[in-house]
Design a binder for this molecule. Structure first.
Ligand SMILES: C[S@@+](CC[C@H](N)C(=O)[O-])C[C@H]1O[C@@H](n2cnc3c(N)ncnc32)[C@H](O)[C@@H]1O
Ligand SMILES: [Mg+2]
Length: 221
């Protein structure tokens, strides 16, 4: 019952102020038709990413974990015309679908999909500076992605990490699942990180019970 209600509230709010246009609907359909998992952000979460991007006046965004480019479209649309978005994806098939979706969104000049394991492609970005980094790939490597995100984000910029609660399983220390261990290691790392002021917010909605971390990168650690 709770899940049904969360989904109904998501629908009620989403259709009012985060409605999907035909491009977003087509992106979601293309992902479904290719059999991709339904793990993209919801429309309200996409709008949330846009609000954050605009809040930090993002001109350069990095995303780790593209899937079909659904969140990439929301983020790309928050950028100014001369903005830049780099999104990292391990699976070439996902990247191909994402590129088609981004082209349909008119974002192919703005958004670059880089294929490879993110831990291999992140070092290529050394020297670039981002205003916002969205971490949404495999969970075992979240601590490493967060370290990279801190290196690549300007002071005053934001690092957003998705899926950091995992239906509450994050607090079940007996559960030694690799994803959960990665997420717990990330929370420990964050707790000891002087370069960021951070919080984590639990969420419910169409995607169930989960949460995200928001980390503001400080000018001095
Ligand atoms: C949760 S999905 C991303 C969802 C997307 N951000 C959205 O909301 O529309 C995670 C993606 O990360 C990719 N991925 C998994 N391991 C990866 C790795 N080591 N490096 C880069 N991407 C990876 C998966 O193939 C998948 O497409
Ligand atoms: Mg996610």
């Amino acid at each position: 019952m709770a899940q049904e209600q969360w989904a109904a509230v998501d629908e009620y709010l989403g259709e009012r102020y985060a409605p999907e246009d035909p491009v977003l609907i087509a992106a979601r359909r293309a992902a479904d038709e290719a059999g991709l998992p339904r793990v993209a952000v919801s429309p309200l979460q996409g709008r949330f990413l846009q609000v954050l991007a605009r809040t930090v006046q993002a001109r350069r965004i990095l995303e780790i974990g593209t899937l079909a480019g659904y969140s990439t479209i929301w983020l790309g649309r928050a950028l100014p015309a001369d903005g830049r978005l780099v999104t990292l994806e391990h699976d070439p098939a996902h990247a191909e679908i994402a590129r088609a979706n981004l082209a349909r969104a008119g974002l192919d000049e703005v958004a670059e999909v880089r294929v490879g394991a993110a831990l291999d492609t992140l070092p290529e970005l050394v020297g670039e500076v981002f205003d916002l980094v969205f971490v949404d790939a495999d969970r075992p490597s979240v601590p490493e992605y967060f370290r990279w995100a801190l290196e690549l984000t300007r002071p005053g910029g934001l690092v957003v990490v998705d899926n950091v609660v995992r239906r509450g399983a994050v607090v079940d220390e007996a559960n030694l699942d690799a994803e959960l261990r990665g997420v717990r290691r990330f929370h420990e790392l964050l707790a000891a990180e002087p370069r960021a002021m951070a919080t984590s917010i639990q969420t419910v909605g169409a995607k169930g019970h989960d949460g995200f971390t928001l980390a503001l990168v400080l000018s001095e650690g």
